[in-house]
Design a protein around this ligand. Structure first.
Ligand SMILES: [Zn+2]
Length: 458
């Protein structure tokens, strides 16, 4: 997993030709599209060796741009991770770690920075857990797509294309698009059901779509097992898992298709060059460590996310994809690439600049329902700290990339030193933490209703 996959190729001749069709294109300020594909684990992408048919457009973009194959989310669920992407702050500092937490209004979000720099700012978002809590802060246009857990990719793309069509030609556009799929439940459109095992009839369709709810009338109700941290002994056979994974890959294929349509709208409809950034808020588990979905654990399958930069603003810049990247580096990198100044003190660093001395520390947490865990990576070692019961897990990611052999008992000194370092970093971040407001009243009621629909709360 540590193979060097760095690529920096100049933007394709195709892109430059398209750009040249618009007079004065290169002198115009670039549009910036930040596209977050919810729940997309990194190893489904062609640059990680996955079947290129899952995401052919992302494969092409990666070939023309730069990918960071070792990128970590700071948290395995939507709200803290997305807030980190939009603020460049670690979850300990932005403080949006619970379902009812709300970002402090004094934090300068990426939308506010772009707005101050003269950009028009718009968001098209389809995860209801992001409709409140600070995600919309700073956006002139904020479109919500869907109040329920449902396949929404086509509608997200249609809304994004509408935003692009209506955008002023006078000012550059910063657009944030958040696809909900391939979040469960996995229900890809018929045309994207391309990766299912042949001759197989699913036996437990509800479980196999990742949907762990059942309905009482119109009300989604969680099955008790979904809130136990005990690894779920669902007796899935290899073909069941292959079917489940095939559905998930179908949703990725749909997102890839619609993502390309959004980029095509920009190319055809606007004269500005474009910086595209594609990432995910977290990955997804398929029982690698006993659990499906995401939120509960801090293993690689839920923390490793894709990160891809593409477009004319990369020209003449040096980005080394072999270094470790973190979601909080995305904001500083984007602003650096398009030469927009930022006065906020971010926790992330620009990936277009040489790495800091000693490298970047990778660290994060989850406090999801009853879970309370944190992690720190001192390459190649990763420590997952169980903050309730002390059942720590230490892995050598180089020798054991799938985290199958817990070394915590055999290396107590390393565990102690990594725990101490994690606590020191955490305490420093907390000492500079922004105040966190709480959602209240009608805002909280609506938010909880949306989260129930997603199965995020009971
Ligand atoms: Zn998410």
């Amino acid at each position: 997993m540590f193979m060097r996959m760095a690529r920096f190729l100049p933007p394709s001749a195709l892109l430059l030709a398209a750009c040249a069709a618009f007079s004065g294109c290169m002198s115009r300020r670039p549009d910036v599209f930040l596209i977050v594909i919810d729940t997309l684990r990194n190893d489904e992408l062609p640059w990680m060796g996955a079947d290129p048919r899952f995401a052919p457009n992302l494969g092409r973009l990666a070939h023309e741009g730069v990918v960071f194959p070792r990128t970590y989310a700071p948290s395995p669920w939507t709200k803290p991770s997305t807030t980190t992407i939009l603020t460049g702050l670690h979850p300990y500092r932005h403080g949006v770690n619970g379902h009812d937490d709300k970002l402090d209004a004094s934090v300068q979000t990426i939308a506010e920075v772009f707005s101050a720099a003269g950009y028009q700012t718009a968001a098209v978002v389809s995860n209801p857990s992001l409709y409140d809590g600070g995600t919309r802060q700073g956006f002139e246009v904020f479109r919500e797509v869907g109040r329920w857990i449902e396949h929404s990719t086509d509608r997200v793309a249609a809304q994004a294309r509408d935003v692009i069509a209506r955008a002023s030609g006078e000012r550059p556009l910063f657009l944030y698009v958040h696809f909900l799929d391939p979040h469960d439940k996995y229900v890809p459109p018929a045309q994207d059901r391309l990766f299912l095992p042949e001759g197989y009839t699913p036996q437990g369709p509800e479980v196999l779509t990742g949907d762990m709810r059942h309905f009482e009338g119109d009300t989604p109700v969680w099955k008790p097992t979904s809130f136990d941290f005990t690894p779920t002994p669902i007796p899935l056979q290899p073909l069941d898992l292959a079917y489940m994974r095939g559905l998930y890959r179908g949703e990725l294929h749909a997102a890839d298709r619609h993502l390309q349509a959004i980029l095509d709208s920009q190319r055809i409809g606007r004269g500005n060059p474009l910086l595209s950034v594609v990432t995910a808020d977290h990955g997804e588990a398929f029982y690698e460590h006993g659990m499906p979905r995401h939120g509960w654990t801090l293993h690689e399958e839920v923390l490793r996310v894709p990160l891809l930069f593409h477009g004319a603003p990369l020209q003449g810049r040096s980005l080394d994809g072999s270094r470790i990247a973190r979601s909080m580096d995305i904001l500083p990198t984007i602003l650096d690439l398009v030469h927009v100044k930022d006065s906020e003190e971010r926790d992330g660093v620009s990936l277009a600049q040489p790495p800091p001395e000693g490298g970047s520390v990778v660290q994060g947490l989850t406090c999801y329902h009853v879970q309370k865990e944190s992690f720190i990576i001192e390459d190649p070692y990763k420590l997952i700290i169980d903050e309730r019961f002390g059942r720590n897990e230490l892995y050598d990611l180089q020798a054991d990339p799938h985290e199958t052999r817990n070394l915590a008992f055999s290396q107590p000194a390393r565990v102690a030193s990594m725990v101490a370092r994690q606590q020191k970093i955490r305490d420093d971040l907390l000492s500079r933490k922004f105040a966190t407001a709480k959602l209240e009243g009608e805002e909280l009621r609506q938010h909880e209703e949306a989260l129930k629909s997603l199965g995020y709360i009971k």
